[in-house]
Design a protein around this ligand. Structure first.
Ligand SMILES: CC(C)(COP(=O)(O)OP(=O)(O)OC[C@H]1O[C@@H](n2cnc3c(N)ncnc32)[C@H](O)[C@@H]1OP(=O)(O)O)[C@@H](O)C(=O)NCCC(=O)NCCS
Length: 245
């Protein structure tokens, strides 16, 4: 019988040691969040791929690298498994719909709210019964020109806050700010269609995760929550307190 994601041991007896679906602590009790290790054995990849819908399989086909394809199968398969457990159904019975900017969601009277983010071989999945969520994860090992990116995407005050930090802390602070901003835009579903300098967030890794200023009503309804992740990553979780009525 093929393995399913939920069959996989959650304590590290596997040769790759890390548990596949690792619950993480976050600073709010109405959101559950898991770290997913995407580089898995062939049986697990096949079990995950078997959950996917026709359009997801088509999308996987368009990914050129086999590594990316397998990671996509495991990320989507794990998302389906977690949502199915939440709803008491089968992973293949989950029917995703997509917002105008591509955010996946479920229809229903009170559907669980969820979001997913990946960076290399790691993904994060957040699920909430109550309010829309956004997650973002980035690798600290990425080779990037963070000063140029801050110049292009951050506000003047954020750029000043970044350059006031010691040089060896700036890249971490940039990625902290970037993930905080992206998680907010993923909670609202805007994605990167909304300019990142339309609102300001705290950048300091050790400062509370906060929206510092915005003129946009929907961003003002978002909150950032503490989310610590080890292994060379930085990540953020945001919730969106909007009235769906
Ligand atoms: C969504 C977006 C912020 C993703 O950022 P990223 O750092 O590249 O990727 P991440 O790994 O963090 O997130 C990707 C996941 O977010 C989810 N997602 C996609 N669009 C989303 C959106 N608008 N809001 C929230 N979540 C979204 C999906 O689950 C996706 O995973 P998938 O590959 O399994 O489908 C970015 O790609 C974006 O802004 N896209 C907007 C595209 C757009 O405006 N399209 C308009 C016409 S369709």
């Amino acid at each position: 019988m093929a393995a399913s994601v939920s069959d996989l041991p959650k304590s590290g007896k596997r040769s790759n040691a890390a548990p596949p679906l690792e619950p993480l602590a976050c600073g709010t009790d109405d959101v559950c969040i898991w770290r997913v290790h995407l580089d898995r054995d062939d049986a697990t990849v096949a079990a995950c791929a078997a959950f996917l819908s026709g359009d997801e399989l088509q999308r996987a086909k368009r990914l050129r690298s086999a590594i990316d394809r397998n990671r996509y199968f495991v990320a989507r398969g794990s998302l389906r498994q977690l949502l199915a457990d939440w709803l008491g159904t089968r992973p293949s019975a989950i029917e995703f719909e997509y917002g105008p900017r591509g955010k996946p969601f479920l229809r229903g009277a009170t559907p669980p709210q969820f979001n997913l983010s990946h960076a290399g071989g790691t993904a994060l999945i957040a699920i909430s019964s109550r309010r829309p969520v956004g997650v973002d994860i980035e690798s600290l090992n990425r080779n990037l020109d963070f000063a140029a990116l801050a110049g292009r995407f951050f506000s003047a005050a954020e750029r000043a806050a970044l350059s006031a930090l010691p040089a060896d802390l700036q890249k971490h602070a940039f990625l902290t700010g970037w993930t905080r901003k992206e998680s907010i835009l993923k909670a609202t579903g805007d994605g990167l269609s909304l300019p990142l300098d339309q609102f300001e967030v705290s950048l300091d890794v050790d400062a509370p995760a906060r929206v510092l200023s915005t003129t946009l009503d929907r961003i003002a309804k978002c909150a950032l929550h503490e989310l610590r992740i080890d292994g060379g990553f930085v990540a953020s979780l945001a919730t969106y307190d909007h009235d769906p009525g």
